[in-house]
Design a protein around this ligand. Sequence first.
Ligand SMILES: [Zn+2]
Ligand SMILES: [Zn+2]
Length: 149
Amino acid sequence: MFRKKNVLKKSLGFLLITSILVSVIISVMVTANADTTHFKSSEFKCKCCGKLPSGGISQDLMNKLEVLRSKLGNRKITIVSGYRCPSHNKAVGGAKNSQHLYGRAADIIVEGVAPSTVANAAESIFSNGGLGRYKTFTHVDVRGYKARW
Ligand SMILES: [Zn+2]
Ligand SMILES: [Zn+2]
């Protein structure tokens, strides 16, 4: 009887540890950074609170930024604004339904490349997304349809 109890305790403990391990592995997989060769999702954190969207930064966005980066001669790309939490989006006067709210947009600066040149290069890569031309940076997003401003 005593031994049986011990065996039961041990196997329960083993089950507990296994289930904890499995849930840790699953949560790591679900929230896994969509890091690419030159971009870390941490670079897209909200400027006011350091948060990322629950679903992470769009993998499509990061992949397209990689394509853009190589198209422009592998120069360093700085993410000026990536994810914006609702209050930060309001604070910076972002659009009500801004793609920045969903981790699908980035305002970027490419080292040594004029924003207009960056935008021209982004045209075809983001043909099915948003492209905003600004004096000092370029906005790109992967909204799923073409938008230009
Ligand atoms: Zn924030
Ligand atoms: Zn933007």
